[in-house]
Ligand binder design. Structure first.
Ligand code: VNL
Length: 394
């Protein structure tokens, strides 16, 4: 009750402040972007990657667009939805930001939907990947990906490559449930069978009991989704339970073999088949330049899929501002983003004008050792994939 009252009061204050003349239109005034990320807590690697990518984008493209200075205000939500909501509200009402961006996990993105709608402030989702997020507000535009988008191609690959029985093992919240559903639907449509569906808690996960159940079911493969950063612990327990020697194949979304932690996993990760929209090993001129500049600016850190979501999110904001001639009215910016298409380090991408979600290539990859380091090496491409959940609905 108390919390509800606070939010309502905040919304009132927001409406009042937005009614002030000149909001966002003062000639020569700066454009402010409120960047809300988990910079501490269990998902800090996501914050670190996106923050670094945002800074790199500005370093390469300048801190000015359409004659206006761009200023990023970074806030740490620690990965807690209540904090994300409070920070978004403060940024909109007190700092008068023109855009909010970031959102490391689904509950954090969901928490700002109503605020974005009330304040008419674009919210660029650079990380979170549950399909339904873009439906939480007409002001949400996504530069990351959706779990169904990257999972369906893996289910198809498995069915075409001799895998008949699968146990699914996912983190028990939005993106994991999306992945579980998408995998089962596509895999069973091709005659495959999902013999068990296991869900592991998001907070302090212990994979051991679930891995034991997966081993006991003796499937051809285990399909796994865990969020970025958690894959190393998963892989360690996979080995401890002896699953690497059980003949059960590991297939996963690229969140598991995250470029940020892949090298730490060691040889056990070799041969893992995954599908995803970005690999640091993606072979293109744009990506080689991106990886090199990112490493150089960040103590040799390798960019992962979170980084590319942040980098492309900044491109969306910059190009939308260029199209509006520096205008920062929320509707104008979102309209300018709809249908935008460009070459990302991940390959060609665009924003679906109907759903405000990203359309992109999904790659099938295998973990290999290249020049002494582990990489997700792409070997097949499924071009221009839309989020399949919303594609079916519309
Ligand atoms: C989410 C999806 C988060 C995929 C992730 O890492 C990820 C999410 C933090 O929507 O919460 O890899």
């Amino acid at each position: 009750m108390l919390r509800r009252r606070t939010v309502l009061k905040g919304a009132g204050a927001m409406a009042a402040s937005l009614a002030l003349p000149g909001h966002g239109f003062a000639q020569g005034a700066g454009v402010k972007i409120g960047l809300i990320l988990p910079m501490t807590g269990p998902f800090a690697s996501t914050g670190r990657q996106i923050d670094a990518a945002v800074r790199l984008y500005m370093q390469k493209n300048g801190a000015e667009v359409a004659g206006r200075k761009v200023e990023v205000v970074l806030k740490d939500d620690t990965g807690t939805a209540d904090v994300t909501r409070r920070l978004a509200q403060e940024l909109i009402v007190n700092d008068r930001v023109n855009v909010i961006a970031g959102f490391g996990l689904t509950p954090l993105a969901m928490a700002v939907g109503p605020l974005a709608t009330q304040a008419k402030v674009p919210a660029i989702v650079m990380a979170a990947a549950t399909s339904s997020i873009t439906e939480a507000s007409p002001f949400i535009v996504r530069s990351s990906f959706t779990l169904p988008q990257v999972t369906v191609p893996l289910a198809a690959w498995g069915a075409e490559n001799g895998i008949k029985k699968v146990v699914t093992l996912v983190t028990d919240y939005g993106p994991g449930i999306d992945a579980e559903k998408a995998f089962k639907e596509r895999f069973t449509a091709s005659g495959g069978e999902v013999t068990a569906e296991l869900r592991v808690p998001l907070r302090n996960p212990d994979f051991a009991p679930f891995l034991q159940r997966a081993a006991d079911a003796k499937p051809d493969a285990v399909f796994v989704f865990v969020p970025s950063g958690v894959g190393a612990q998963f892989m360690k327990q996979f080995v401890e339970r002896g699953l690497d020697k059980s003949g059960i194949q590991l297939i996963a979304t690229g969140d598991v073999t995250d470029d940020d932690i892949l090298n730490e996993m060691g040889d056990v990760a070799l041969g893992t088949i995954t599908t995803h929209h970005y690999s640091a090993a993606h072979d293109s001129t744009e990506n080689r330049a991106f990886v090199e500049a990112f490493r150089k600016a960040n103590d040799n850190m390798r960019p992962n899929f979170m980084a590319v979501g942040g980098y492309d999110g900044m491109h969306l904001i910059y190009e939308a501002l260029r199209k509006t001639g520096g205008g920062t009215a929320g509707e104008g910016l979102v309209n300018a983003m709809k249908g935008m298409a460009w070459q990302s380090p991940r390959g060609p991408i665009s924003i679906d004008p109907q759903t405000r979600d990203i359309i992109q290539n999904v790659y099938v990859r295998k973990v290999e050792r290249v020049d002494g380091e582990l990489y997700n090496v792409e070997f097949a491409t499924i071009a221009n994939v839309k989020d399949p959940v919303k594609a079916t609905k519309s």
